[in-house]
Design a protein around this ligand. Structure first.
Ligand code: UGY
Ligand code: MN
Length: 239
């Protein structure tokens, strides 16, 4: 049903909020029995591409020349001999082009980025979120971060999950050179972006440009959780 033209989605010069009611599906080259909801890319001057792939059983995400990180939201995907369920993830280095095949109906958060090299190229790996030890952000035990990409300067980006207990919040308004792609996975709260405050909940996507003022507070009776990308480990001049 239409909502008389209203939506929480909003596009501003240094951020945007994209809510599921506004998602438009599109096929991408190399996809078979799959479509993408594109969240970010060069069209908004982002230094990375992010999309959610919605795959039918047997669906295929074709090769890419870019480095690719994929995090399974629902269902099961296969990469080489690896089978990944919800919370599983894979990193494919630039130029390796290993296809992802859905073993069941699946939804996958995909991040692709041109590699900004520093030393040698990192290697292919797979992981499971619940195999990563969380650490508090600063001294705040109510806000736990899991780093899904190893702490290794060869990687030019980071992907973390952040879990906020109800009432937990970032301790400061952050303003930083890194940009973010953020997918809300569970719960909700209020996101401050620049001079706007947005109610957000699971399923929403947020893009934050470099230096976009940002703050989040979790509201509700259950924790809020998001998956967040940032460019990382590189000199600001090399972007
Ligand atoms: O890693 C970060 O910059 C993170 N704390 N930002 C955010 O949650 N908006
Ligand atoms: Mn940040």
């Amino acid at each position: 049903m239409h909502q008389l033209g209203s939506t929480r989605s909003a596009l501003r010069h240094d951020h945007y909020l994209q809510t599921p009611d506004t998602f438009v599906r599109t096929p991408l080259p190399g996809m078979q029995n799959a479509t993408a909801v594109v969240h970010a890319g060069p069209a908004i001057h982002a230094g990375f591409v992010q999309y959610t792939a919605e795959m039918q059983p047997g669906g295929l995400l074709g090769d890419t020349d870019l480095q690719r990180f994929a995090y399974v939201l629902d269902g099961t995907i296969n990469v080489d001999e690896n089978s990944l369920g919800p919370g599983g993830y894979v990193y494919v280095p630039e130029g390796e082009g290993r296809p992802l095949r859905a073993a069941s109906a699946a939804r996958v958060a995909v991040i692709e980025k041109e590699f900004n090299s520093y030393g040698s190229k990192p290697e292919f790996f797979v992981g499971k979120e619940d195999g990563v030890s969380p650490h508090p952000l600063g001294c705040d035990e109510t806000l736990q971060v899991r780093s899904l990409i190893p702490d290794d300067p060869r990687f030019d980006f980071a992907v973390n999950t952040m879990v906020y207990q109800p009432g937990a919040a970032l301790s400061m308004v952050e303003v930083h050179v890194m940009e973010h792609g953020l997918l809300m996975l569970e719960g909700g709260g209020i996101y401050r972006l620049s001079d706007c405050w947005y109610p957000v909940s699971a399923g929403d996507f947020i893009y934050m440009a470099p230096f976009c003022p940002q703050w989040f507070g979790a509201i509700g009776r259950s924790p809020a959780k998001y998956l967040i990308y940032k460019d990382w480990n590189r000199h600001p001049a090399s972007r």
